[in-house]
Write a new protein. Structure first.
Length: 205
């Protein structure tokens, strides 16, 4: 869980002015959009499967959306998409973020309403759906750059941002730890783990 503090309303536009956030590749441009065009869905789904298909055999709980679920998210304008594009208009990074918590079927909006009433009353409770990068960019500071762009707006809103991470991503990719590290540059932000779900097995014979 991340709580952000800051001043003023959040910006509603992300454009070429954020190129500098991705220092390793100035040719990238970032956009924030509500929906992905129908003729681009296949391209985005290919990127999604390239980034996440390995989790099908590495995580006990299902981590990968079906194609139908993915399409539903890409066409739902209540879920913001932060997209990194190459100069050839190829998407190479994607972060999803929403404050319409009922669009995330595996979380309980009632939990957030009860535990963060002040932020809830301002519609300032968000869920970070997923963040992915093309494998060729995965081991650079690229993911952090995408997240930095998304979270910068929420800091001004003094928002609460929640996300979940499977054990593999936490242990191997250090996803939560990396977020906590770059939040060190935000003196108004606090980071804490608020819940766990364990998976067990029983073996006979």
């Amino acid at each position: 869980m991340i709580e952000m503090s800051g001043d003023g309303p959040g910006s509603s536009i992300v454009g070429d002015e954020f190129r500098g956030a991705v220092r390793m590749s100035e040719t990238l441009r970032l956009t924030r959009q509500g929906t992905i065009a129908a003729d681009e869905i296949d391209m985005f789904y290919e990127l999604y499967t390239l980034a996440f298909d390995h989790l099908k055999t590495l995580a006990f709980g299902r981590q990968v959306l079906t194609r139908a679920e993915f399409v539903a998210q890409m066409t739902d304008d209540r879920i913001w998409k932060y997209v990194a594009w190459t100069h050839d208009d190829e998407p190479v990074g994607l972060t999803t973020l929403t404050r319409a918590l009922h669009t995330v079927p595996w979380i309980s909006p009632d939990y957030f309403r009860a535990n963060y009433p002040e932020q809830w009353s301002r519609n300032a409770v968000y869920y970070l759906g997923f963040t992915l990068a093309h494998p060729r960019l995965r081991h650079q500071r690229f993911v952090e750059s995408l997240l930095r762009v998304a979270l910068a707006e929420l800091e001004k809103e003094r928002a609460v941002v929640a996300f979940d991470v499977c054990a593999y991503d936490e242990r191997v990719l250090r996803f939560g730890e990396r977020i906590e590290e770059f939040l060190g540059t935000h003196p108004g932000a606090t980071f804490e783990t608020v819940d766990h779900q364990s998976y067990s097995r029983i073996t006979f014979g």
